[in-house]
Write a protein that binds this ligand. Structure first.
Ligand code: UD1
Ligand code: UDP
Length: 356
């Protein structure tokens, strides 16, 4: 029996951890202990995913959130170090690119506990993003690098990761595993009146929400799209706080706002929407899993294979480009069919590698 400590804290990490936790347990050879940093804490940003996706209850809850990056990461680092020095696991498992990811990886590496990073090798090549800093640093101190795509493997190769004692494994995307595992349980949200045809939108990225001009432009873009088709917009708490800022125009009444929804509700919304407009990392891929065109409200993406396949268009925060991309995809829906994210067994590959 080996011991793995998983460090998670933000919404997308709960979703990524769900299939992996199940596979760890199913192996019968790994004992998992879970640290929840507390980064996301509202019930519809945290506990709902544990309930809906049968993720084991965290063994440790740090309750650290709503702080500037340094303070948040620092407090998580200190608290995680304490737990890891007691637990002394064989591996620390971290996901993605949040402050919780970096704190978990740093705490482990300073105690010489090997780190396994799920979603390694992703790059936006934009160091102004907190996520880019987190993922580059986490990769650098990880022993096992689980890449979802060949592009991610290449990024690591280009950065000289080969031959420095790390193992790079192309395992596919755990979010694809999750979507297959749970799509049969997709649930119509009851918090929102759902039109028959609608466009789905989410916005939360710091570079969009914290920049008044970009947020203003995105709101204008969403309003313009909603003139053509009603738009359903589950609002991240970060964005909710900033939409009322001076300088941000009101959202049109054709934009249907709702609180963040659970994963099963989001699967339903994705499955039934006409198109997705988002700055989310995970949802760009989920649009592809559900064969929906995606307009990405960013200037670049880590998931470049979606652009190459013609499934996704970058529109930045330009209202005119948002609408013209929307019109383009309405007239010319992409032809899906390329398998970009593995075979839905990424979690099994992760377990196999942890056991070697
Ligand atoms: C974080 C990640 C981002 C990821 C996103 C997923 C970092 C640097 N950023 O961004 O990469 O894409 O999660 O959603 O780690 N808040 C609440 N309730 C909650 C959660 C957050 O009110 O349940 C508020 C916080 O108080 C804070 C704001 O939302 O004011 C932002 O939260 P934070 O965790 O700092 O960053 P996210 O924008 O969620
Ligand atoms: N998600 C959800 N409810 C919502 C919005 C998103 O369940 O209201 C899910 C979404 O389906 C995806 C994950 O949360 O699996 C993406 O998280 P987010 O966009 O917050 O973070 P990112 O992927 O950008 O880091």
């Amino acid at each position: 029996m080996i011991k793995v400590v998983t460090v998670i804290g933000a919404r997308p990490q709960f979703i990524k951890a769900a299939p992996v936790s199940k596979a760890l347990k199913a192996s019968g050879r790994i004992r998992e202990r879970i640290i929840h940093t507390g980064q996301h804490f509202d019930s519809n940003m945290s506990s709902i995913f544990f309930e809906q996706m049968d993720i084991p209850r965290p063994d440790f809850s740090l309750d650290i959130h709503s702080l500037p990056h340094g303070a948040m990461t620092g407090r998580m680092l200190e608290a995680t170090e304490k737990i890891l020095s007691e637990e002394r696991p064989d591996w620390v498992l971290v996901y993605g690119d949040t402050n919780s990811t970096l704190a978990g990886a740093l705490a482990a590496s300073k105690l010489m506990i090997p780190v396994a990073h799920v979603e390694a090798g992703l790059r936006s090549f934009n160091m102004d993003m907190p996520e880019e800093i987190n993922r580059c640093l986490t990769d650098r101190i990880s022993r096992l690098l689980f890449c979802p795509t060949p592009v991610a493997v290449n990024n690591l190769k280009n950065e000289g990761f080969i031959g420095n004692g790390t193992r790079i494994i192309l395992c596919g995307d755990v979010m694809y595993d999750a979507s297959i595992m749970f799509r049969g349980r997709a649930k119509k949200p009851d918090s929102v009146p759902l039109p028959e045809k609608y466009v789905l939108a989410t916005v939360h990225r710091a570079e969009n929400t914290d920049d008044t001009t970009r947020l203003k432009n995105i709101v204008e873009g969403l309003n313009l799209v909603s003139e053509k088709l009603p738009l359903v917009f589950p609002v991240h708490p970060r964005t909710r706080k900033l939409l009322n800022k001076p300088g941000i125009p009101p959202l049109s009444e054709k934009v249907i706002l709702t609180s963040p929804v659970g994963y099963l509700e989001m699967l339903y919304l994705l499955d039934n929407c006409m198109m997705l407009l988002t700055d989310s990392g995970g949802m760009q891929k989920e649009a592809c899993f559900f064969e929906k065109a995606c307009i990405t409200l960013r200037n670049e993406t880590e998931w470049t294979e979606l652009l190459d396949a013609g499934y996704n268009k970058l529109a930045g925060s330009d209202p005119a480009l948002i609408v013209s991309s929307f019109e383009h995809f309405l007239k010319h829906p992409p032809r899906f069919g390329k398998n970009l994210y593995g075979n839905g067994r990424a979690a099994d590959e992760i377990v196999k590698a942890l056991l070697i």
